[in-house]
Design a protein around this ligand. Structure first.
Ligand code: FDA
Length: 307
């Protein structure tokens, strides 16, 4: 396993320790501000409006995952419905993201499916697109099953995510083809054992390009969610060489990451979206961002030293 991945696995494995959690929560305010739009919907809408003014569209996401009770899952559904109605009333592209474990996937697939139907019944007539984020490998099968069930029920404004670090992903992509998914492709942000995920960053990057090109060749609409400059450059070159129009794909970034590149791509005429998370449950999201970038851990450690 190369060093990037060793670092990532180490951060994600200590992040669950309550003492580490208390430490990061107390010391990471600056990082939270960089990556999270705020704790309230109003703050997130303010950020989305500012992005729009720069030609970047927002993907709004109410933070929350791995709920442990039906009441919590229903409360998150209520929050997401409030978000759907709020974005529906704005003039900009209407797009939200959520996690199925936020809607009780770990408690019961039926519950998550029922809550998803409720969200899509509100979202679809209002023209709001709903992306199902992909979580860690034990949840992939159930997430894909729910996505397919929703499509079979006739919902269309719903999209799925695939992760290039998993060995299984090419097969998942081929299995999804009959559903003509609107696909978001990512490298993958969770701690995964080498039995299920490539243990080498170069292989994950190569697989990303392989899967992205395969999805485009198969005629899918693809959202390339990566900040990786080499991958973005290669996708720009490839789509141009193959005559694939810009209406067939887009680039997605996380709020707070490479904002100047987001604006530059938008100016060049590409569709660019930024994932704008908000809410009180920011800790797991932030730990994944620290795991992606050693400099972020240094910022937390520095704030410890400076008191
Ligand atoms: P990589 O990690 O190789 O980084 C390339 C370069 O980007 C770095 O050198 C650095 O310059 C910059 N960079 C990357 N991460 C950064 C950070 N946190 N802060 C500052 N700079 C950074 N994952 C998942 O498992 N399920 C999901 O549903 C999603 N959804 C999702 C949506 C969107 C819009 C994005 C952009 C990403 C996700 N991800 C995700 C996260 C994804 O799997 C991955 O962990 C991150 O995008 C980081 O990987 P990169 O592809 O950017 O490459």
């Amino acid at each position: 396993m190369n060093l990037d991945l060793v670092y990532r696995q180490a951060v994600l494995s200590v992040a669950g320790n309550p003492r580490v959690e208390a430490l990061i929560k107390g010391r990471a305010r600056g990082l939270v501000r960089r990556y999270v739009a705020g704790e309230t919907l109003e703050e997130a809408l303010g950020v989305a409006e500012a992005l729009e003014a720069q030609g970047v569209h927002a993907i709004l996401a109410l933070l929350g995952e791995m709920v442990r009770s039906e009441a919590e899952a229903r409360a998150f559904q209520a929050g997401i419905l409030e978000l759907v109605r709020a974005v529906a009333s704005r003039p900009w592209p209407k797009y939200v993201s959520l996690k199925l474990t936020q809607l009780g996937l770990d408690l019961s697939e039926d519950l998550a499916l029922e809550l998803m139907r409720g969200i899509l019944r509100e979202a679809e007539p209002r023209g709001v697109f709903v992306r199902l984020d992909m979580e860690d490998s034990p949840r992939v099968e159930a997430t894909l099953r729910l996505y397919k069930a929703l499509r079979e029920e006739g919902f269309s404004q719903v999209g799925v995510v695939l992760q290039s670090y998993l060995y299984r992903t090419e097969k998942d992509l081929l299995d999804l083809l009959p559903y003509r998914p609107n696909l978001r492709l990512v490298k993958g942000a969770y701690r995964e054992p080498k039995e299920v995920a490539f243990p080498d960053k170069r292989l994950i990057d190569a697989e990303y390009l392989h899967l992205g090109k395969l999805a485009l060749k198969e005629g899918l609409y693809v959202a390339f969610a990566t900040h990786d400059p080499r991958i973005i450059a290669e996708l720009k070159r490839y789509t141009e060489a193959m005559g694939i129009p810009r209406s067939r794909f887009e680039f997605q970034f996380l709020y707070g990451v490479r904002p100047e590149e987001q604006r530059r791509l938008a100016r060049e005429g590409y569709t660019v979206r930024a994932y704008v998370p908000y809410g009180r449950d920011w800790y797991p999201y932030l730990t994944r961002r620290i795991a992606e970038r050693p400099e972020n851990l240094l910022l937390v450690l520095r704030s410890l030293v400076s008191g």
